[in-house]
Ligand binder design. Structure first.
Ligand SMILES: Cc1cc2nc3c(=O)[nH]c(=O)nc-3n(C[C@H](O)[C@H](O)[C@H](O)COP(=O)(O)OP(=O)(O)OC[C@H]3O[C@@H](n4cnc5c(N)ncnc54)[C@H](O)[C@@H]3O)c2cc1C
Length: 392
C-alpha cells in the first residue's frame, strides 16, 4: 500500500470535498510553508485561494453567499489542509468565530458583513479573548467596554490575538459590567466586532509576538478605542454565553486539524520507515520502529471516531459538549504522539528543515494548549460529565 492511501476515515465520507481541498493544497507544497515559516510571513496567496474556492466561507449561510456547510464538512476542509502538510491555523478563525455572528448577530450585521466575508472582500481572522493576567480563567478578563453615547470605549490588553495584523475584523470579548457587580462571573461580558481598518491608531496598538511557530500572533493594547454600539453582537452582558455556544464547533474543527496533522505524520513515518535502509534492511522492518507508528495510527483512528460522533451530534442540534471536548483532547494528544513518532522515525533527518517534520512537530504541539488546554478539558469532563467537585 502506498503511504498516500493510508486513510484515517475509512468511511470515505465527503470524498469529493476532500479531493477538492487536496487539489488546492497541492498548489502549496512543503517548500511554500517552509519558506513562510522561515520568513515569518503570512500565507496571503493560500488564504486567497481558500477564500476564492469558497472553503473559508463554508460556514456562512448560502443566503449570504457562503457554502451553508455543516460543521462536519467544515472540519474536513481544515483536516485536509493539515493533512497536506499545510497549517490551517493561519485561517481557521474565520470558521470558528463565524457561529457568533451567524447565530447572534442582527439581520443588519449579517447583511453588512457576511456577504463581504464570503466574497473575500473582508477577513475575520482575529479573535481577542485571552489576556495576560486572566489566562484560562476567561471570566476574569479586565478589558473594559464602557458605553459613551452611541459607542463603547475599550480599554485594556489582549494577548495571543492571532492574525490581527492580517484581519479586517476582530471579534472581541470585553467586560461591560465589573465582576464585583454581577451575580454570576459569566455575566457582564460582551462581544464586539471591531473594524480594525477604522480603528484610531492612537487608541489601538498591535505588537507582534515572536513564537516557536509561524502563527502571526500579537498582543493588543486598547487605550480608549471607540467602537460603534451597533457593532455589539447580541445583548450586552451575554458575550460569554455566545462564545461558549461557538466553542463546541471550535473544538470539533481543531480536532479535525489535529487528525489531519496525525495523518500527515503517520504517512511520512511509514514512507521513511520503508525507504530508509540501515543494517541492510528498511528501518520499518524493526518492531521497535514499526510498533510506535502502528500504535499512533490506532490512537489517531480512535480519536477520529470521537470527532465524527461530536460533529454528527453538533450538526443534528444535539448537546455535544462532552464529545466535542473529548474529540479535541484525544485528537491533539494523538497528533502529538504521531509527531513524536515521526521525528523519532526520521532520526537525525527529522531535525532537517527540508523534511518539514520539525515544522509540523512544532505546529502540532499547539493544540494541546490552545484554544483550550487539555487540562481544562479534563476539568470540564470531571465536573460537568462525571459530577466530581469543581477543582478551580
Ligand atoms: C500560538 C498561540 C495562538 C493563540 N491564539 C489565540 C487567539 O487568537 N485568541 C485568543 O484569545 N487566544 C489565543 N491563544 C491563547 C490560548 O487560548 C491560551 O494560551 C490557552 O487558552 C491557555 O491559556 P494560558 O496560556 O493563559 O495558560 P494558563 O491559563 O496560564 O495555564 C498554564 C498551564 O496551567 C494549566 N492550568 C491552568 N489552570 C489549571 C487548572 N485549574 N487545572 C489544571 N491545570 C491548569 C494549563 O493547562 C496550562 O498547561 C493563543 C495561544 C498561542 C500559544
Amino acid at each position: 500500500m502506498s503511504p498516500s492511501q493510508i486513510e484515517i476515515d475509512t468511511s470515505r465520507r465527503f470524498a469529493e470535498l476532500r479531493r477538492g481541498v487536496r487539489g488546492l493544497c497541492a498548489r502549496f507544497p512543503g517548500e511554500y510553508w517552509r519558506r513562510l515559516d522561515g520568513e515569518r510571513e503570512y500565507p496571503t496567496e493560500f488564504v486567497e485561494a481558500m477564500t476564492d474556492a469558497g472553503f473559508l466561507g463554508a460556514l456562512i449561510p448560502e443566503k449570504y453567499g457562503g457554502g451553508g456547510a455543516s460543521v462536519a464538512e467544515a472540519s474536513v476542509i481544515l483536516e485536509e489542509v493539515n493533512r497536506s502538510g499545510g497549517n490551517a491555523g493561519v485561517c481557521h478563525a474565520q470558521m470558528y468565530v463565524m457561529g457568533a455572528l451567524v447565530r447572534h448577530g442582527s439581520a443588519d450585521q449579517k447583511e453588512r458583513w457576511l456577504p463581504a466575508l464570503a466574497e473575500g472582500k473582508l477577513r475575520l481572522q482575529a479573535f481577542g479573548v485571552t489576556e495576560p493576567t486572566a489566562g484560562s480563567d476567561t471570566t476574569r478578563i479586565q478589558t473594559r467596554a464602557e458605553r459613551d453615547g452611541d459607542a463603547y470605549v475599550i480599554t485594556g490588553q489582549k494577548i495571543w490575538t492571532s492574525r490581527a495584523e492580517y484581519s479586517d475584523l476582530m471579534l472581541l470579548l470585553a467586560r461591560t459590567t465589573p465582576l464585583e457587580a454581577v451575580k454570576r462571573r459569566t455575566d457582564g461580558l460582551s462581544l464586539f466586532l471591531v473594524d480594525l481598518r477604522e480603528a484610531d491608531e492612537r487608541a489601538l496598538t498591535i505588537r507582534p509576538l515572536e513564537t516557536m511557530i509561524n502563527h502571526h500572533t500579537t498582543e493588543i493594547f486598547f487605550d480608549g478605542l471607540r467602537v460603534p454600539a451597533e457593532n455589539r453582537i447580541g445583548e450586552e452582558g451575554m458575550g460569554f454565553r455566545y462564545i461558549l455556544d461557538g466553542m463546541n464547533a471550535e473544538r470539533i474543527l481543531i480536532a479535525a486539524e489535529s487528525i489531519g496533522d496525525g495523518g500527515w505524520f503517520i504517512e511520512r513515518s511509514v514512507a521513511y520507515a520503508n525507504e530508509r535502509v540501515v543494517f541492510d534492511r528498511p528501518i520499518g522492518q524493526n518492531q521497535g520502529v514499526q510498533f510506535p507508528i502502528a500504535q499512533a495510527y490506532a490512537n489517531l483512528r480512535a480519536a477520529d471516531l470521537m470527532r465524527w460522533q461530536a460533529a454528527e451530534l453538533f450538526d443534528s442540534g444535539s448537546p455535544c459538549g462532552a464529545e466535542a471536548n473529548m474529540a479535541k483532547m484525544l485528537a491533539a494528544d494523538a497528533a502529538w504522539e504521531a509527531a513524536n513518532v515521526c521525528l523519532q522515525t526520521h532520526g537525525g533527518f527529522g531535525f532537517a528543515r527540508e523534511h518539514d517534520v520539525e515544522r509540523k512537530f512544532r505546529e502540532a504541539k499547539l493544540y494541546q494548549i490552545a484554544p483550550v488546554s487539555n487540562n481544562l478539558v479534563l476539568s470540564y469532563l470531571a465536573q460537568h460529565v462525571l459530577g466530581l467537585p469543581r477543582s478551580y
